[in-house]
Design a protein around this ligand. Structure first.
Ligand code: SAM
Length: 253
């Protein structure tokens, strides 16, 4: 690469001060993200060949995972409730000459009428930012025709003790709690001084919520304070029935 071209790329990257993802935007040139994105990618174990697949990346932020799926052949929609110029997405897209489409929307807006369905859905680093995590999983189910990868803060190794303000393994509180589906609620900014953190489940609860949203969990793993699950969409009629009841008016039975 000519040094002038390198200089232009470096200037573009420097236009955005808060990179989250580490994206290789030119050979050997990686954005200075604070997140260990390549490690997360490895843990996710996404399909190598996504040719012809339609993919949705919810909470895309700078777009690392959207661009990765595009590289693997998918037709990708990146969705986030912030504008692409508020993150590094717009700059990375330009530098990569990517065709990934970007939609400013909320996960709660998803529906098959407006969005169609997707073979691959990524829901990474968003669940614990939601006040209504099950509602989000229901919305995601409605647009997923294939597989879902979810990544989240989980409490198995990171239960917040209110007295000490320290994070402890859940098993220290009680060994039974790791297999009991529970979530911890974070009022105000109690988790990491961040007002947008609300709920973190343990792995048992993450699995149970995914199953109750009509997914089958094929693989799950715990990595420090984070959990990953790879699921395929399910269509259990009883789950759909009771989910629909909860979402409607129940008259005389
Ligand atoms: C922690 S970042 C995760 C970025 C990326 N998915 C990853 O795992 O590296 C969370 C992203 O989700 C977005 N987000 C949070 N709540 C959302 C919501 N309700 N609907 C859409 N996007 C949301 C934020 O704007 C942010 O870009």
């Amino acid at each position: 690469m000519a040094s002038q071209e390198q200089e232009t790329i470096a200037q573009k990257i420097a236009q955005f001060p808060h990179w989250y993802h580490q994206i290789e935007v030119a050979p050997g040139v990686v954005t200075p993200g604070i997140n260990a994105t390549p490690l997360v990618l490895e843990l996710l174990d996404l399909p190598e060949d996504c040719t012809g697949m339609r993919a949705l990346d919810i909470g895309a932020r700078d777009g690392f995972f959207s661009f990765e799926l595009e590289k693997r052949g998918a037709n990708v929609l990146a969705l986030d409730y912030v504008e692409p110029t508020q993150t590094g997405f717009a700059i990375a897209k330009e530098l990569l000459q990517s065709q990934v489409e970007y939609k400013v929307a909320n996960v709660y807006d998803l529906n098959p009428e407006d969005y169609g369905t997707f073979d691959i859905v990524l829901f990474l680093g968003v669940l614990y930012h939601l006040r209504n995590p099950l509602l989000a999983l229901d919305k995601i189910w409605s647009v997923c025709s294939g597989q879902l990868w979810i990544e989240s803060q989980v409490i198995d190794n990171a239960f917040l003790d209110y007295q000490s303000q320290q994070l402890h393994p859940l098993s220290v509180v009680s060994p039974n709690l790791t297999t009991t589906p529970i979530m911890q609620f974070y009022p105000q900014n109690t988790l990491n001084n961040d007002f947008t953190n609300w709920w973190a489940p343990n792995m048992a609860c993450l699995t149970a919520m995914l199953e109750d949203a009509n997914f089958v969990v094929e693989r799950s793993l715990l990595h420090g304070s984070r959990g990953i699950a790879h699921c395929r969409v399910n269509n259990d009629k009883q789950i759909n029935h009771y989910r629909n009841i909860e979402n409607s008016i129940v008259g005389d039975h």
